[in-house]
Design a protein around this ligand. Sequence first.
Ligand code: FES
Ligand SMILES: [Fe+2]
Length: 461
Amino acid sequence: MNVQVKTEIPRCPGAPTFQEIMRSDGGIIKDVLVAQSNPPQSRDDIPFNKYISQDFANLEMKKVWEKVWQYVCREDQVAEPGDYLVYDIGHHSIVVVRADDGALKAYHNSCLHRGTKLKPSESSGWSATIQCPYHGWTWNLDGTLNEVPCAWEFPHLDYGKNRLPEVQVDVWNGLVFINMDKDAPPLLEYLGVLPEHFRDWPWTDWYLFMHLEKELYCNWKTAQEAFMEAYHTPLVHPELTQVVGDWNMQHDVFDDHVTRDLCALAVPSPAAKKTISEQERIDRVLLGGRSPDGKSVTLQEGQSARNAMAKQVRKAMADGFGMDTSSFSDAEMIDSIKYNLFPNIFLYTGMALRSIHRVKPIKHDPNRCTFEVLMMRPVPKGQPRPDPAQMVKIPEAMPYVDVKELAAFPLSQITFDQDTGNLRAQHEGMLASAKGAETLSIYQESRIRAFHDTLDKYMAK
Ligand code: FES
Ligand SMILES: [Fe+2]
């Protein structure tokens, strides 16, 4: 691992760093988690115009969303010839489909007769061909035009020229991405350090067991930025104060598209005012929804809450999925190892938390977005791959504590609700602002800064 760009930025004084916590666990240390990267950054304010302006949102659609690689779905969601899934962004709609020869294809979801959407937005399923629901023009899965009803009406139609217009599509680590820009660099190049960093973290043998989507009243960037820092955590999520290393989390900026945070769990926040025992700490961690069997454990003399938690997760992985976790460190087992891929996804690649968060604007509206949580589990060894979960839509007014799918994760329910309330308040505050800009901290919010630096590069092209 070659990334070691360190600048002298002060870190949370007096608190252990993620590196120190990881080393105190003993056992395996992975180079990928030792790497740190903090290139110099500007300290200028960032204008709220980028979050609230309709003109900016319109331009962002053209200059960013139409140019970047975007995560669509897992590859197992379009595994067999005829499987399709529709991905929407702004007014764009893309059908991703597995062709008869096994190739993955992506087409603009619009009929070449009179424009009707070929498949409904956000739909998925199976079909032998792609048939327009209006007059029945039909394409083969490879995009060639198969049939036009009343063909005698179209002597002027060149079948060869009426292939469905394609969009770039590619797969990395079991994840399907599209890019509407025909001249965009290849996905692998776009992914920067990700393929190298994820060498020990294949996602292919995992499946999607929960997919939630909630509508939020805020700009998509605002929603995303709540997950790029833990500066707000002690105040907004006091339930986490004894179990999450928030202000001392590690933040890395690797390249234009990839940033990362490493957040230690089962440790106190530097903001914790009270000292509790490691036994109390493991009780809070496990009974907060992280215990696979809903029970606590009694710590042995000198055992840390982290070690006990890692043991619990290793046992759950072995018992539930037949997984051998002996090559993974305790940090890989329990911590939040979260990579942000520009523009809009987080990949949580730790074993206990493997999931994707995705935010997207709703159409071209700068004031509304969707926030998705996609949780993964390993495919149990020797068993057929379970079907991927269908998406469950949650209205903005419905709190996460009422979402039955999340009942086994009470801490997530509480913290997501706390964030949801804040995001509306932040967006409304941006609209009400006299200052008209935000002032970022230099380390804990450095990934928000990095995101805006990249956004600015795309907007300037
Ligand atoms: S609009 Fe699609 S067949 Fe007419
Ligand atoms: Fe939060």
